[in-house]
Structures are given as C-alpha cells and as structure tokens.
Design a binder for this molecule. Structure first.
Ligand SMILES: *[C@@H]1O[C@H](CO)[C@@H](O)[C@H](O)[C@H]1NC(C)=O
Ligand SMILES: *[C@@H]1O[C@H](CO)[C@@H](O)[C@H](O)[C@H]1NC(C)=O
Ligand SMILES: *[C@@H]1O[C@H](CO)[C@@H](O)[C@H](O)[C@H]1NC(C)=O
Ligand SMILES: *[C@@H]1O[C@H](CO)[C@@H](O)[C@H](O)[C@H]1NC(C)=O
Ligand SMILES: *[C@@H]1O[C@H](CO)[C@@H](O)[C@H](O)[C@H]1NC(C)=O
Ligand SMILES: *[C@@H]1O[C@H](CO)[C@@H](O)[C@H](O)[C@H]1NC(C)=O
Length: 412
C-alpha cells in the first residue's frame, strides 16, 4: 500500500503531461487511473471511517478493547525512555535504592522500556495521575518491596508538581528512617499517598506462654495487623506481600503460625499465606466501600541471587542487561501468585473493584535492576548483596506504569 501511494502519483503525472490529445491508449490509461484512485479512496474510507461506527455496535464492549494483558511482553532498549524521569535527587528515595550514588557505574538499567505484546502501555502522565487523584488517599501496605514501589510512585508524581516544597511527609518524619508508617501529602491536590510496613499483613506476636523454646514469634494468620484500622476510607489500596512467606523467613527464624489462639507447628507456609489473605479478604468485605475502594494486589517480585542464596554469597552484580533466557528459574510462576490470584477472583465475584497487578514475569527478566553490592552508605563490605530490592529510578517505575494503566482501565 505504501509503495503504491508513493509510486502512483509520478505515473499519473507522466501520463497527464504527455497526453494533450487523448487517444485510445490514453483512454484506457485514464480508466485504469480512475479505477485505481476509486479503489484507493474506498480503502481509505474503509480503514479510517468505518472503524468508529463499529465501536458503536451494541455488542461491542469498549472496556474490553481498552483492557490489555500488560503482564506479558518484552523489555526493549530505548535511549529516549523515559521522556521525563526523576533522578536520584528525588527527596523520597531510600539511600539503599540510590544505586548510582552508591557507586554503580553502569547506567543502562534505566533505559529499558516494557513493551507489552499486542498493545502499548499508556504514557505515564504525572499531572493527569495527580488530577484524577485529587482529594483522595492511596495506601501501600506490605513489605519493603512495596516501599520500593511507593517511593518510585512518589518520585514519578513529584515530576508533575511545580512547587516541590508543597509535597511533604505529613508529620515531618524523615523518609530515610524506617518508620512503620509514612504519609506523603501532595498539598496542591489534597492527596495523600501512604506506606504501611506490614510484611506479613497479619499480626506478629510474642508466642503463647506454653510454646516450646524454639518458637520466637507467632504469626497470627487470623488477625490482621493493627495498622489496618488506618486503611479504612482509603480510595486505593495496593497490597504487596509474598516476600516473607518463605521457610527461610519463618520457621528457620523461629517464627511459627498461630490460629484461633493456638500455635500450629506443622502449618505449611503457603497454607498460612492463603489463610492470611482470607483474613484480609474478610476485612475488605467488612470495611471497604464496594463502589469506591479500588484494591490492587501486586504479584511476587522475583529475586536474583546467583551462585548462592541471599545469605550464602549469592550475587547479582554480574549482569548489566535484562535476562533473555525465558526458561530461567525466576521466570517460573511462584505458588503464592496463584494464591493471590484466586483470592482476587473471589473478591471480583463479590463485585469488588479489585485487580491483580501481575509484575512477576516482567520483573523476573530484570536481573540487572538490583542494587547488588551498591547498597546504602555504611553497609559493611562483607554484607550480602541486595538482589531483592530495586534501584530507583528503575524497575518499580514500570510497576507504577502498569498501576496507572490499570487504574485508567477502571475509569479512575
Ligand atoms: C456478543 O458478545 C458475546 C460475548 O462476547 C458473544 O458470545 C456473542 O456471539 C456476540 N453476539 C454477536 C451478535 O456478535
Ligand atoms: C502473570 O503474568 C505472566 C506473564 O503474562 C503469566 O505467565 C502468569 O500466568 C501470570 N500469573 C497469574 C497468576 O495470572
Ligand atoms: C481532602 O481530601 C479528603 C479525602 O482524602 C476529603 O475528605 C476532604 O474533604 C478534602 N478537602 C478538601 C478541602 O477538598
Ligand atoms: C512554594 O510553596 C511554599 C509553601 O507553600 C511557599 O512558601 C513558596 O513561596 C512557594 N514557592 C514558589 C516559588 O511559589
Ligand atoms: C497451649 O495451651 C492451650 C490452652 O491454654 C492449649 O489449647 C494448647 O494446646 C497448648 N499448646 C501447646 C503447644 O502445648
Ligand atoms: C495445623 O495446620 C494444618 C494445616 O492447616 C492442619 O491440617 C492441622 O489440623 C492443624 N493442626 C492443629 C493442631 O490445629
């Protein structure tokens, strides 16, 4: 088609210029030209004008065409990405995420753009995001990976604010101290974006009195963290959990599960995770307005320890480009994703505005995005590498692009 459009006008010009007196040959040529032009016009009409009426057909679901599976795609190197991005000067960044400042020499890790298969992510528009979020409260609740994402969003949105001193922590707490709860206020928009540190979502307690010596903490799967009282009334809730639900971080540390006031020494970690999510689900049903509250569950963010575990010398400073091997172990779907997804489905069935933020696959490919040995100043040289969290700017920015896209698809 392109080829025709480019070559045909020259032909037309040529024939017209030589034929001052039309003869039989020219008439045929004219007829062919007219036929060709009408075909061209018809095809243009078909392509450009017939599409909108199609959109109006009663059976045509507009939201269906807008929604797209952003979870699957590929990372593309893009020198122009991002068009307008924050830097490590953003005041909301943990020192542990400022990789460049901590000595990371390669900077390619910020130049990768996520390209979903079959559609494009909407360009992140900070001003638009802020405008849509006017007079609202957003809550991030979960582990430190959730904090990683929260800080990323704060920095992305700050780019849309003209006077930065009108974005601040509500009680003046410094962002760098690991507080249990922080609330950043975007004053011009009457918007608060909060972070609550609840790695297990549920209560972590002292063990019951008759517990055996090996029990150091009790994870109470049927009791949501006390911070949950502060989530009531929030407009958007973004939960992230999963990182701490491993054998390493529970039983090995002497943390056991407790249900109905009794310790259960044999309860499986994934089963306990499922029970905690059920506890959260009941809380949502009881405390959240089904019409207004939007709920997101972020999927598992893979770690990339190579040549060992996090505590046995595993490292991730060996690569400065995303994974290309789609069969690497990190790419496997972790079991907790399925548990989260099932709960999301149950909540959808109960007509809740809930979405699964599936970042696992895209994140699994980014073995190059971790702080690795470029940890915060003062970290002992022998400390394990950080192959769980993410440099900022970096991979969590893409999670927030997905969050924005999914908010828009739900008419935010
Ligand atoms: C309308 O949409 C439904 C569900 O997408 C589909 O099963 C059905 O065949 C469609 N009907 C027509 C007339 O296209
Ligand atoms: C998450 O997304 C990946 C990539 O599209 C997909 O393979 C996986 O099944 C998804 N996980 C769930 C639980 O839906
Ligand atoms: C600011 O937002 C809160 C909700 O987060 C709302 O209750 C309050 O009325 C808003 N204030 C103004 C001045 O609009
Ligand atoms: C920015 O906001 C602060 C606090 O409201 C104000 O004191 C200051 O004058 C503002 N600066 C500019 C350049 O508008
Ligand atoms: C601890 O005591 C409670 C009653 O107070 C009892 O129900 C429970 O079985 C005991 N647990 C253990 C591990 O002994
Ligand atoms: C412990 O949990 C497992 C798995 O949920 C369950 O099958 C078992 O009955 C529980 N044991 C006690 C003593 O409650």
């Amino acid at each position: 088609m392109d080829l025709h459009q480019e070559t045909q006008p020259q032909k037309v010009f040529h024939i017209l210029s030589v034929s001052t007196f039309p003869n039989k040959k020219d008439v045929v040529a004219y007829a062919l030209i007219i036929l060709f032009i009408s075909l061209l016009v018809t095809s243009i009409v078909f392509c450009n004008l017939l599409t909108p009426p199609l959109l109006l057909l009663p059976n045509f679901s507009f939201s269906k065409t807008l929604s797209c599976d952003y979870s699957n795609g590929k990372w593309v190197s893009d020198e122009n990405y991002p068009t307008r991005k924050y830097t490590e000067d953003c005041p909301f960044l943990d020192p542990g995420f400022q990789c460049r400042r901590n000595g990371r020499p390669d900077l390619g890790y910020v130049k990768w753009r996520w390209q979903p298969h079959g559609c494009n992510l909407p360009r992140f528009d900070a001003k638009d995001f802020l405008e849509r979020s006017r007079n609202r409260r957003m809550v991030f609740a979960g582990d430190s990976i959730g904090r990683n994402q929260w800080e990323s969003l704060l920095c992305m949105l700050s780019e849309g604010v003209s006077n930065r001193s009108r974005v601040y922590e509500e009680r003046g707490n410094p962002i760098t101290k690991h507080k249990g709860f922080l609330s950043i206020r975007f004053q011009d928009y009457n918007l608060s974006i909060q972070y609550y540190r609840v790695p297990f979502l549920v209560v972590i307690d002292d063990p019951p009195e008759n517990a055996s010596q090996q029990v150091r903490r009790a994870i109470r799967v049927d009791k949501l963290h006390r911070f949950s009282s502060k989530w009531v009334g929030a407009d958007v809730l973004v939960f992230s959990a999963g990182h701490w639900w491993t054998h390493h971080k529970t039983h090995k540390m002497g943390w056991y599960f407790q249900e109905e006031g009794r310790l259960n020494m044999t309860m499986d970690v994934m089963e306990a995770f499922g029970k905690s999510l059920q506890t959260l689900k009941s809380w949502v049903f009881k405390n959240c307005d089904p019409k207004t509250t939007r709920i997101f569950f972020r999927s598992y963010s893979p770690v990339h320890f190579r040549g060992g575990e996090w505590n046995t010398g595993g490292r991730c400073d060996l690569s400065n480009a995303p994974e290309t091997d789609h069969l690497k172990p990190e790419v496997n779907e972790p079991l907790n994703n399925q548990i989260i997804k099932n709960m999301v489905k149950e909540m959808e069935t109960a007509k809740r505005k809930v979405q699964f933020l599936n970042i696992t696959y895209l994140t699994a490919m980014r073995k190059d995005g971790h702080p690795s040995r470029h940890r915060e100043p003062g970290t002992p040289a022998k400390a394990p590498q950080d192959c769980s969290h993410w440099c900022l700017p970096g991979v969590p920015d893409t999670w927030n692009e997905l969050l924005y896209a999914q908010l828009l698809s739900g008419a935010w």
